[in-house]
Design a binder for this molecule. Structure first.
Ligand code: TMP
Length: 207
């Protein structure tokens, strides 16, 4: 079982709707943390391991029941924790994950209706007491997110969802942030990349 006792490093996660622009800031965050002389492991979900990346390909492109999707997310997460996150934290590294379990609460529960207690059960089973130390939530209005996606690469299954889905998603993320305000930092990502970069730097400086 994953335990706080093995943890020495810091676990930072990035969240937000598709199109919120979080991935743009990953190299900057890595650079800021590495400047402290610590090891930084930059990873993502679903994915982060060989098997996890194979599950990601299924998750992003195959239609499936929302509960199947939830179970596969947690299967990929179990691999990720065992092979990447836990060993890195145990040796004192900073782990920066592009999404984690808050995405399951937002997408599968908030937007697709999987019951929260089912996700909580899986969270406890798969993670033990492992939770992010800090989560940066990149928040933009739904119209902005949809506009950005329309001009981006070929959309995956999630990126093809409608505005109603995205609105549920945004509200679910904001609710998670309100309920876990000691972990979440909401970044107003509805502004220029340079301005968002300043906000990101301010948050990282506090971690
Ligand atoms: P990405 O595009 O940010 O790499 O994320 C991949 C997609 O997977 C994104 O649309 C959100 C979705 N996702 C979930 O639905 N549930 C989850 O638990 C995770 C980690 C991602």
């Amino acid at each position: 079982m994953v335990s706080e006792q093995v943890k020495k490093g810091k676990f930072i996660t990035l969240e937000g709707m598709d199109g919120a622009g979080k991935s743009t800031h990953i190299p900057i965050i890595v650079e800021l943390l590495e400047a402290r002389g610590v090891e930084v492991v930059s990873t993502r979900e679903p994915g982060g391991t060989l098997l996890g990346e194979q599950l990601r390909a299924l998750l992003l492109h195959e239609t499936m029941h929302p509960e199947t999707e939830t179970l596969l997310m947690f299967a990929a997460r179990r691999e990720h924790i065992a092979n990447v996150i836990e060993p890195a934290l145990a040796r004192g590294a900073y782990v920066l994950s592009d999404r984690f379990t808050d995405a399951t609460y937002a997408y599968q529960c908030g937007a697709k209706g999987v019951l929260p207690h089912k996700i909580k059960q899986l969270e406890t089973w798969v993670q033990g007491d492992l939770r992010p130390d800090a989560t940066l939530l990149f928040d933009v209005p739904v119209e902005i997110s949809l506009q950005r996606l329309a001009s981006a690469r070929e959309p995956d299954k999630f990126e093809r969802e409608n505005a109603q889905f995205f609105e549920k998603l945004r509200q679910a993320y904001l609710l998670r942030a309100a309920e876990n305000s000691h972990i979440f930092h909401i970044i107003d990502a509805n502004q220029s990349i340079d301005k968002v970069k300043v906000l990101v730097k301010e948050v990282i400086a506090t971690l």
